[in-house]
Design a protein around this ligand. Structure first.
Ligand code: NAI
Length: 332
């Protein structure tokens, strides 16, 4: 049953592929890390899953290794001295390590703790798997991705095609909220979300939904605000128990699947937060064409409505501040 449920999420899986890929999950013992590892482990494009956390991951790895997939989850690592073994030969590294929000906190409030965690993990990636694609989930994504980029740059191994901030949860939420409001199929909707991954920097392009849907200006305003604040909706509902974990694991597994499919040569289009020159800010999330080496083309964001143009103008200064903060920290 589980296999069926997960198979539905990964619509484009090729079940007979022999492409072999090692994926490492750093922060695998956490609220996101555990279900994310479960979903990645069931991906038939995976050959090897390496789990790492500062907490002991042996029990989690043992648990996952009993699932009858063809991937190996025999590897498990805890403690920084074991990071090299975990990262060696990784094609994809997914990073959900770090503190989640509590009620009343913004993602930027996590900066002080999570910046250091991401910086130290990025240093290890730059050293032990410099050509891997790195997918950063840890918040504040607007700043943690520039930190990783800066660390790779300092190590002389930065390839902007390969460092991603995972914003897939914003597109997952956008599809779900639009579908619920309009009574349409959430699994076949496409809603681009651009900008960054916090508050007003998240900009859903509701004028570009496909298949085309008609929304009133009130619906556009309330959907935009709900998508921007959806993370806080979960933080408040969990009342001190953390932030989105299950929906994030689902979204993180979709993004990992996109990288795996692109890695074996399928052309894949996905939104992600990367170094970009499509606006005046250095990092920006938009639709990307992915290939074996990461980003092959920035697809831009087409023609915006007047409402979206205003929102884009308003978000750029805040996104720029978040980016500068990350770049400055990453240089330390
Ligand atoms: P959690 O606290 O449940 O798990 C975090 C895990 O990271 C823990 O197991 C912890 O031991 C581990 N960890 C801490 N320092 C580490 C290090 N140096 N190396 C390896 N592992 C380390 O937190 P949760 O809920 O899993 O959230 C993780 C992060 O994901 C948070 O920063 C959260 O804000 C972010 N997040 C991002 C989203 C996105 O859309 N990009 C959505 C939801 C959450």
């Amino acid at each position: 049953m589980l296999r069926v449920a997960i198979g539905l999420a990964f619509r484009s899986f090729s079940t007979c592929s022999r492409h072999s890929t090692k994926v490492s999950v750093l922060g695998a013992g956490g609220g996101i890390g555990q279900p994310l590892s479960l979903l990645i482990c069931s991906n038939p494009l995976l050959s090897n899953l390496a789990l790492y956390d500062v907490k002991d991951t042996r029990g989690i790895a043992c648990d996952l290794s009993h699932i009858n997939t063809n991937s190996r989850v025999s590897l498990c690592y805890s403690g920084s001295e074991e990071l090299e073994e975990c990262l060696k030969d990784s094609e994809i590294v997914v990073i959900p390590a770090g503190l989640p929000r509590k009620p009343g906190m913004t993602r930027d409030d996590l900066f002080n703790t999570n910046a250091e965690i991401v910086q130290s993990l990025a240093k290890a990636c730059a050293k032990y798997c410099p050509t891997a694609k790195v997918a950063v989930i840890t918040n504040p994504v607007n700043s943690t991705v520039p930190i990783v980029a800066e660390v790779f740059e300092s190590a002389g191994v930065y390839d902007p095609r390969k460092i991603f901030g995972v914003c897939t949860l914003d597109t997952v939420r956008a599809k779900k909220f639009v579908a619920d409001l309009k009574g349409v199929n959430a699994t076949t909707l496409h809603v681009p979300v651009i900008g960054g991954h916090s508050g007003i920097t998240i900009l859903p392009l509701l004028s570009q939904i496909t298949p085309k849907l008609s929304l009133s200006s009130e619906e556009i305003c309330s959907l935009t605000e709900r998508i921007q604040n959806a993370g806080t909706e979960v933080v408040n509902a969990k009342a001190g128990g953390g932030s989105a974990t299950l929906s994030m694991a689902y979204a993180g597994a979709l993004f990992t699947d996109a990288l795996l499919r692109a890695g074996k040569g399928d052309p894949v289009v996905e939104c992600a937060y990367v170094e970009s020159n499509i606006t005046e800010v250095k990092f920006f999330s938009s639709s990307l064409l992915l290939g074996p080496e990461g980003v092959t083309e920035h697809l831009g964001f087409g023609t915006l409505s007047a409402y979206e143009e205003d929102k884009l103008r308003a978000l750029l200064p805040e996104l720029d501040r978040n980016i500068t903060k990350g770049l400055q920290f990453g240089k330390q």
